[in-house]
Design a protein around this ligand. Structure first.
Ligand code: 13P
Length: 348
């Protein structure tokens, strides 16, 4: 392991003004996204969609430090035969790869899941390195049960421990392969829970995560953390203000994340596009922390472009404009320079 090289990549991934584009939807997930625009998901349509994003030159050059790819995409060529990986690199953006194999029910812990993919991971990482990946992603999922559920409420201590253990094992294997691990413990935001409950669970998860990373010999200078923000469940009647989300998220991170971690790149988790930008901006305006805070958004970077594209080549330019606009706005937010006026006035 070359920790200096890993640190250099990690630092570059969180360059102020830039962030990560999560384009690593599994085949099942991207089908769901395409269903919303009445577009059939085929190897070719998935390639066309992603090629369109990677050819949005200004967005890529100015605001996308790296792209998280799916196994299919890292092996694909653009229409003209250029490798998609080379297209990404041509913008000085770093190719990365999702290496987890999705979630499955955790035995003995009803209502909880565990992420699969450790078996054979060492070999897969060596291949991905050869294919051009310099960072990887593994997503652990924690679901908060309904507030009325007392017996059998989740996540349990055992569920958190199992998931953070897997993240630690994954991260150690990545560093061994000279690949920067993005460690993603996601507390889902779909439920009825309060912002206070999300705060509590996020804090527990991050504490458990950093214990595991330490115990498994992971060098913190060579990782990127990809957490959720501290928000209320979507179905909770009481929703916090943007400022409260920003303050709580910073508080949790300060309480749990060592300063040797170079950067934190948030997932958007189903937040509306603009809210995800506003939250990131509000955190960077608070400042006074050691890590660079940026985005590693999937939906919040792609949704508006997807609606503009609708699977039609004729809409290519409109989709690129929409993608640039979101990338630009999030780029500003990563420096605490986003404003509502800019959001509404600037052309994409
Ligand atoms: P979202 O921003 O859509 O949550 O996706 C980010 C991601 O990579 C989830 O694993």
């Amino acid at each position: 392991m070359d920790i200096e090289a890993l640190n250099k990549i990690a630092v570059k991934m969180v360059t102020p003004g830039k962030g990560l584009l999560a384009a690593d939807e599994s085949t099942g997930t991207i089908k769901k996204r395409f269903d919303t625009i009445d577009t059939v998901s085929t190897e070719e349509s998935r390639r066309d969609w992603r090629e369109m994003l990677f050819r949005t030159d200004k967005a890529m050059k100015d605001h996308v430090s790296g792209v998280i790819l799916y196994d299919e995409t890292i092996r694909q060529n653009a229409k003209d035969g250029t490798k998609l990986v080379d297209l990404i690199k041509s913008h000085d953006s770093i190719p990365g790869i999702k290496v987890d194999m999705g979630i499955t029910p955790l035995a003995g812990r009803p209502g909880e899941t565990i992420t699969q993919g450790l078996d054979g991971l060492r070999e897969r990482l060596s291949e991905y390195y050869i294919l051009g990946a310099r960072f990887a992603k593994w997503r652990a999922v924690l679901e908060i049960s309904h507030p009325d559920q007392y017996v059998g409420s989740t996540p349990t201590r055992g569920g958190i421990k199992a998931n953070m253990h897997a993240l630690g094992r994954y991260a150690a294997l990545c560093q061994e392969a000279n690949i920067v691990p993005i460690v993603e413990p996601e507390v889902l935001m779909g439920g009825h829970h309060s912002v206070e409950r999300c705060h509590e669970v996020t804090e527990k998860a991050l504490n458990a995560l950093f214990t595991e990373l330490y115990e498994q010999g992971v060098k913190l200078e060579g990782i990127i953390l990809k957490p959720n923000m501290v928000v209320a469940g979507k179905k909770c009647a009481v929703q916090p203000s943007v400022q409260e989300v920003a303050e709580r998220t910073i508080k949790v991170l300060k309480d749990t994340v060592p300063s040797s971690v170079p950067g934190i790149a948030f997932l958007s988790g189903g937040q509306d596009n603009e809210i995800a930008t506003e939250h990131l901006d509000a955190m960077n305006r608070i400042g006074e922390f050691t890590w660079n805070l940026t985005y590693s958004y999937g939906r919040a970077l792609q949704q508006s472009a997807l609606s503009a594209w609708r699977g039609e080549e004729a809409n290519y330019a409109a989709a690129q404009k929409a993608f640039y606009h979101r990338a630009h706005m999030n780029g500003l937010a990563s420096k605490g320079e986003w404003t509502k006026a800019l959001e509404d006035s600037l052309e994409g």
